[in-house]
Structure formats: structure tokens, C-alpha cells
Design a protein around this ligand. Structure first.
Ligand SMILES: Cc1cc2nc3c(=O)[nH]c(=O)nc-3n(C[C@H](O)[C@H](O)[C@H](O)COP(=O)(O)O)c2cc1C
Length: 398
């Protein structure tokens, strides 16, 4: 959620691990989301990445030592601690974890950390044996008990050649977990069913009817709902997007598979958000073998797929049902008709064909139409932000 970190003061602590380079990308992502980021590096972190990189990207001086020469003799670590809205340590070495767990304050980062009162997130990253070492595990448990949020490292091949837990998650995932950590849990225990992406209707074994939906909008909604404490099931057609953290993902191909998955999982949902671009029609006959281009013309018979949203609207009892309408013209008219015909609470309409918003883009420009006849036009914004505003409005429905 942009407003969660927009204009907020975030301190990025960097300690001396091989994954220190990934914190540069995290800094870039935080800045992009409007945060005011200050960086504190340990002495050893500077063996891996130079402070100048962080300085250039953050636009702020980087704190590398408690006793910096020149300028004012400041108590910068205390000032920064007082001003911080959140702290992330990426990567967190076994050493800084040990120091923080024991209240050691022998450099700029560890001293600063003793003065911090805001939420703290730690991202440990190290060799597998180091990570599994009893002392490190004990220290991590202690930090969790102290109220810090610790992200589990990923398993995989590590820079040191070992395979196992210890790898730092990708910066996008770290940002996602920070947003999770900082988000109010206003969807706690709510069951949220989201659909995303296109469907593919086969014509023969190598061809299909589909559309350019990338799934980005639905994935953004699923991520946002999870960050806010929802129990999320995401049913998606074919996309290249990775599974969102902590979300049950069901991947399907055709509209019929999507319908089956939706009706299997809809039971118990509190909120249903259907952003998938489901094919209205499928090929009537599916050739068993690849169709050869022997004729100059060929006729393809199509038959209608079930209208999943309409069926959900018919079955709706105590749920909130939200649809999307991607239109090329007369957005308002089409969206309002769909809203009432399908018994929806909200419909998010957008005009496709704009290069910077809609299918495949990271941004979207939507108008929300409500069942009481009112509407709200949102400016173009990132799909993640559209997702959070949509969830805000859903929570306001009752
Ligand atoms: C090439 C190299 C890579 C290292 N990578 C890691 C690492 O990924 N995680 C870790 O905990 N320590 C790693 N270390 C060890 C730390 O740099 C060392 O424990 C140091 O004291 C950490 O200091 P700091 O926590 O003050 O930055 C590495 C050391 C070297 C030489």
C-alpha cells in the first residue's frame, strides 16, 4: 500500500553478508514507493558494497560509523532512531543477529538499534550451517520474542556452494513482507477468493483462443488482501507471475477449469473478487491433432462458456461480490449494467487499449461503480495501490 510507506522514514541497516548487493535494489524499491530512506552500514558491509551507491540512490548521507569526522558532532543514531517509522536490516548477518539478541552496542548499527522503538524487520542470510547453528537459532528466537519480525531465508543454492536455507529472498519479496508487517490487519480471518489472468480455450493441441490479460491486477489484489490479514485463495489462468506469499494458488487453463475451481472453493468466502478475463466462448470441437493449413478458409464454431460471475451473483448470500469490466467503449453504461445484472456490490471498470494502463501494464486507471448508484473515478496508479483502495471500499460496503 503506497500510503503505508509513502513519506515515511525508513532506516535500512546493511550488515556484512554476501547478499548486501540485494539491499541496493530494496532501497530503490522503497524510494519508488515514496519512502524517505536512510542507510546505516556496518564496517564489514562496506567490504561488499560501497556507501556511495546507497548515498546516490537514497539522496541522503549514509551512516558508516558512530564517530564520523567532520560536520557536527551529532548523535545521529539517536536522531534517526527517534524519527524512524520502520527499520529493515537486509541482510542480517549471524553477527548482527547475535549482537541485537544480546543488546550489544559496539558500532553505529547496533547502537542505533538499541535506541529504536518502531517496528523492526530482520532478513537473515548466511551459509546453511551458520543459519542452523544453535546459537544463531537461539538468537533469532530471542529477537522474535522481543517483538521483531524475522523473515525466514529461502532454501536453494547459496553463494558459498552449499544448498539449503540461508538465501536472502528477492527484494520484491522483502518489500512485500515489510508491507505485510506494517499493514493494519483489517481483513483478519476474512476469506477472500480472487480470480486472475486469462483463460485459454484450445482449438487443437497447439492453438488456443485467449486474451492479453497478464493477471497483474488479480495478483495485486491477492497480495494486498494477504498483507491485510485475509486468508486468500487465488485462482488464476496462465500467467508468468510467481505465487504471492502465503496465498493458496490454484492454476487453471480453460474457462471450464476456472469455473470448476471457483465453485469448489467459493464455500465460506466472505469476499469474492473476480478480476480474471474469462473467455466468453470456447471452440465447439477441439481437434485431436494439429490442424493443417490445407484450406484457404476455415470456420470455427464457438459455444458459450458459463458466466461464472453471473452464477456467483445468483448464489450470493452474505458475501461481497466484486467484478471487473474491461471495456473498449461506453464504460459507464456497460459497467453499470453488469453491476446490476450480476448482483455485484462493486464493479471496477477500465478502458482497455491505453498503453500505460489496463492489460499487461503495471498501472491501471479504474472507475469504481457501487450498487447504490454512485461511482468513483480513481487516477491512474499502480495496480498494487488500486488493489488496496478496492479493499478499503469493500470494507466500507457494510
Ligand atoms: C566473502 C564473505 C561472505 C560472507 N557472507 C556472510 C553472509 O552471507 N552472512 C553472514 O552472516 N556472514 C557472512 N560473512 C561473515 C561476516 O562478514 C562476518 O561475520 C562479519 O563479522 C559480519 O560483520 P557485521 O555483522 O558487523 O557486518 C561473510 C564473510 C566473507 C569474507
Amino acid at each position: 500500500m503506497k500510503k503505508l510507506i509513502d513519506n515515511k522514514s525508513i532506516v535500512l541497516g546493511v550488515s556484512g553478508g554476501i547478499a548486501a548487493y540485494k539491499s541496493v535494489e530494496l532501497l530503490r524499491l522503497l524510494i519508488k514507493r515514496g519512502a524517505n530512506v536512510r542507510v546505516i552500514m556496518t564496517q564489514n558491509a562496506q567490504e561488499f558494497v560501497g556507501p556511495i551507491t546507497f548515498e546516490a540512490l537514497s539522496g541522503q548521507p549514509v551512516c558508516t560509523s558512530l564517530f564520523e569526522k567532520g560536520g557536527d558532532v551529532s548523535v545521529r543514531h539517536i536522531e534517526w532512531a527517534n524519527e524512524a517509522d520502520a527499520v529493515v536490516i537486509v541482510p542480517a548477518t549471524a553477527n548482527i543477529i547475535g549482537k541485537l539478541a544480546n543488546g550489544v552496542a559496539d558500532d553505529a548499527l547496533s547502537t542505533f538499534m538499541l535506541a529504536v522503538t518502531c517496528p523492526v524487520m530482520l532478513c537473515p542470510s548466511m551459509n546453511t550451517h551458520m543459519f542452523e547453528n544453535k546459537a544463531v537459532q537461539r538468537n533469532l528466537e530471542r529477537l522474535k520474542a522481543d517483538g521483531h519480525f524475522v523473515i525466514d531465508p529461502e532454501s536453494g543454492e547459496l553463494a558459498c556452494g552449499a544448498t539449503g536455507p540461508g538465501r536472502l529472498p528477492d527484494p520484491e519479496d522483502i518489500l512485500d513482507r515489510l508491507l505485510y508487517y506494517l499493514s493494519p490487519k483489517d481483513l483478519k480471518d476474512k476469506r477472500v477468493l480472487v480470480t486472475a489472468g486469462p483463460t485459454r480455450e484450445p482449438i487443437d493441441p497447439v492453438r488456443f483462443i485467449s486474451n492479453p490479460s497478464s493477471g497483474k491486477m488479480g495478483f495485486a489484489v491477492a497480495r494486498a488482501a494477504e498483507q491485510r490479514g485475509g486468508k486468500v485463495i487465488l485462482i488464476t489462468g496462465p500467467t508468468n507471475l510467481p505465487d504471492p506469499n502465503n496465498v493458496t494458488v490454484i492454476r487453471v487453463g480453460t474457462a471450464r477449469e476456472m469455473a470448476h475451481a471457483v465453485f469448489e472453493n467459493v464455500e465460506g468466502s466472505d469476499i469474492i473478487i473476480k478480476s480474471a478475463a474469462v473467455s466468453d466462448y470456447r471452440s465447439k470441437d477441439q481437434a485431436e491433432q494439429k490442424i493443417k493449413k490445407e484450406k484457404d478458409e476455415m470456420v470455427l464454431f464457438l459455444e458459450k462458456n458459463q458466466d461464472i460471475l453471473e452464477e456467483l451473483g445468483r448464489r450470493k448470500k452474505d458475501q461481497i461480490l466484486v467484478g471487473f469490466a474491461a471495456e473498449t467503449e461506453n464504460l459507464e453504461q456497460h459497467a453499470e449494467r453488469k453491476l446490476s445484472e450480476k448482483n455485484l456490490d462493486i464493479i471496477a471498470g477500465n478502458l482497455v487499449g491505453q498503453p500505460s494502463s489496463g492489460f499487461g501494464a503495471d498501472n491501471n486507471k479504474v472507475t469504481l461503480f457501487y450498487k447504490d448508484g454512485t461511482k468513483e473515478s480513481l487516477p491512474e496508479m499502480e495496480k498494487d495501490d488500486v488493489a488496496h483502495i478496492l479493499l478499503d471500499r469493500i470494507l466500507g460496503v457494510r
